[in-house]
Design a protein around this ligand. Structure first.
Ligand code: HEC
Length: 197
């Protein structure tokens, strides 16, 4: 029996698609893997720098001056880390102190997802979320990691702030929503993005 040429080539085509698809998927996975590793490294470096600056300021000048430091320094520290790498890096929260840090729609959905995962018992230390999203005609790789409240945060984000801190916060941030947190709460998240194309 004669096998028509056309059907052979279609079979070959189909076979090759199934052969190469997994390879392609693998390559994409590798790229995504590199992205998530870069994002994790940046969050670590940014987080460590922020904490260092804050702790040093509180120790040497007290929380009121530190409040100014936190106010002034977070952005340049973020810019320093971002400019090294092509990523943009910031902090956001469902209850912001600085309105510049208000989440966009995607960030808000992820923050809500983090709260649900926390209630379900997931550890904040390893929690993260990454997704490639289409924005206009650009593909953007986005990554978020929750920031937990630890003891050192309570001076400025806790339930019982001192009068002096309360006054200073109110004067700098009249619409502040970032008080009343308890140990282990999700204060907010690091949010990173990188344009893919
Ligand atoms: C000395 C006071 C002080 C301490 C201590 C402090 N913060 Fe803040 N925090 C601030 C101020 C002021 C801002 C607003 C910064 C700005 O204007 O960008 C802020 C902003 C933030 C933001 C950005 C979102 C927003 O609400 O604008 C996050 C997230 C955050 N703090 C988390 C923490 C965590 C976690 C700790 C403990 C490790 C902590 N902070 C300790 C004063 C403080």
């Amino acid at each position: 029996m004669e096998i028509p040429i056309k059907s052979i080539s279609i079979n070959v085509l189909i076979a090759s698609i199934f052969t190469f698809l997994p390879l392609l998927a693998n390559a994409q996975e590798k790229v995504a893997n590199q992205d998530i590793q870069q994002a994790r490294a940046l969050v670590n470096a940014f987080g460590t720098d922020l904490k260092q600056v804050l702790i040093t300021a509180i120790k040497s000048e007290g929380p009121i001056k530190a409040l100014m430091v936190c106010n002034i320094e977070a952005e340049p520290i973020a810019t320093k880390h971002a400019s090294l790498s092509g990523w943009s890096i910031a902090r956001t929260s469902m209850r912001v102190r600085n309105e510049k840090n208000t989440p966009d729609e995607w960030e808000l959905a992820v923050l809500q997802q983090f709260e649900k995962r926390k209630i379900a018992g997931e550890n904040l230390k390893t929690m993260e979320y990454a997704e490639t999203v289409k924005e206009g005609d650009q593909l953007v790789y986005r990554y978020m990691k929750p920031i937990p409240i630890v003891g050192a945060c309570l001076t400025c984000h806790g339930i019982n702030l001192g009068d002096e801190i309360t006054d200073k916060v109110k004067s700098l941030y009249p619409n502040d929503q970032a008080i009343g947190f308890k140990m282990g709460d999700i204060r907010g998240a690091f949010t990173l993005q990188k344009i893919m194309n």
